[in-house]
Design a binder for this molecule. Structure first.
Ligand SMILES: [Zn+2]
Ligand SMILES: [Zn+2]
Length: 388
């Protein structure tokens, strides 16, 4: 089986490298990934997939499917292809998308014999308003037996781990303008609201749980130094290991914001400026299959899963059994969200890492389709997840 998967990989390798390179050279921000989505859909369509595009009214979201004549499990691969402002594909979603589409193309070649259905989901805007959140809410992952996506990283393969639940919160302070030297007592300083918010959060940090993250920027701080600002704003991301713990932490952060308003005489408006992400629940049985397949391919070094950072794959993990492991695009450790990371997706190391990841995903998909017992274990584990 391994040999056949490898032969098939070689058949598609040229197309996959071209796809990754084209998207690398044409970076597009979340929900504007028109070229990237089109390139994925064309390749899938050319190889016999049916395409449903503009899913939920999101122009760059699609679902590609291939159903064999034999009934069987539904295996999905989730593609991402959004870039970051200024630094392009610093998160490597160009190669992530190519890997998922590649796994779809390869597994399709088997399902006429073994049965089942292969799907590739085009999921825009992972970095911002992750479309997987909308798709999860609409129930589009509910009927899947398993879903997989592998993310690039530096150095070595890593198991699927957890990710942090995350909320994106905007704080807008409103005050009153006045001449900062002539009539300061007439003004209400909105920037003081923001500064007090940062100081309150920084005081609180010492008493948060291990691994929790609160990080923000001042997005508006006033117009000129001689005018007391009547408007100032800050954007924050707040992260914790589970939705429940996140809820408690967010409450405390919001109290800091309210306290800052009271202390400075300002009014604060609190809103979400991007989607909230669930934490990622890895299906351990599915992860075990993937890791064993990597070992079968000769991969010796496989690191433990990551715990920090957030992804909309978390929302999918509450809908069906998922894994979200990492594959290496370099021999060195790399800093994520950097231009160096983007460039590394075009190296020979990246091609090797992607090949291993794609082959391991395909072998895992085959096992899940042919072995009812294994799928039963995966589903039993999934049914135990709390808060679905
Ligand atoms: Zn990413
Ligand atoms: Zn990223």
């Amino acid at each position: 089986m391994k040999k056949k998967v490898e032969e098939l990989y070689e058949k598609y390798a040229g197309d996959l490298h071209e796809l990754s390179k084209y998207i690398y050279e044409n970076p597009e921000l979340g929900r504007g990934e028109v070229k990237a989505a089109k390139a994925h859909m064309e390749l899938l369509k050319k190889n016999g997939f049916d395409i449903d595009e503009g899913i939920l009214g999101i122009e760059t979201a699609f679902i590609a499917s291939y159903t064999s004549k034999k009934e069987g499990p539904k295996v999905a691969f989730l593609a991402e292809y959004d870039a970051l402002p200024e630094i392009g594909h610093g998160c490597g979603h160009n190669i992530l998308g190519a890997a998922s589409t590649g796994a779809g193309l390869l597994l399709k070649e088997f399902v006429d014999d073994i049965g089942g259905e292969v799907l590739v989901y085009g999921t825009p805007a992972e970095e911002t308003d992750g479309a997987k959140v909308d798709m999860a809410k609409a129930g589009l992952f509910d009927g899947l037996d398993i879903a997989m996506a592998v993310h690039p990283i530096g150095e070595k393969h890593m198991k699927s781990g957890t990710s942090q639940a995350m909320e994106a919160i905007r704080f807008e302070y409103h005050g009153k303008t006045a001449h900062a030297a002539g009539m300061p007592h007439e003004g209400i300083n909105a920037l003081d609201g923001v500064i007090t918010l940062f100081n309150s959060i920084n005081a609180m940090r010492q008493q948060v749980k291990d691994g929790e993250r609160i990080h923000g920027i001042v997005s508006k701080g006033g117009e000129a130094a001689n005018i007391i600002p009547d408007y100032a704003a800050a954007d924050f991301y707040v992260r914790s290991d589970t939705r429940k713990n996140l809820g408690e932490l967010v409450e405390r952060v919001k109290n800091c914001a309210k306290g800052a308003a009271l202390a400075t005489g300002t009014q604060v408006e609190i809103s979400n400026y991007e989607y909230t992400f669930e934490d990622l629940v890895t299906n351990k049985k599915l992860s075990e299959l993937y890791v064993n397949n990597l070992k079968r391919l000769g991969v010796e070094e496989i690191g433990e899963g990551k715990e920090t950072g957030s992804t909309d794959m978390g929302d999918v993990s509450y809908c069906c059994p998922v894994i979200h492991p990492y594959f290496p695009i370099s021999k060195e450790a790399l800093t994520g969200h950097s231009v160096e990371f983007a460039a590394a997706t075009q190296t020979e190391e990246a091609k090797r890492g992607m090949k291993e990841a794609v082959m391991a995903m395909v072998l895992t998909g085959i096992e899940v389709i042919v072995d009812e017992k294994i799928l039963g274990e995966i589903k039993a584990e999934f049914s135990q997840i709390e808060g679905k």
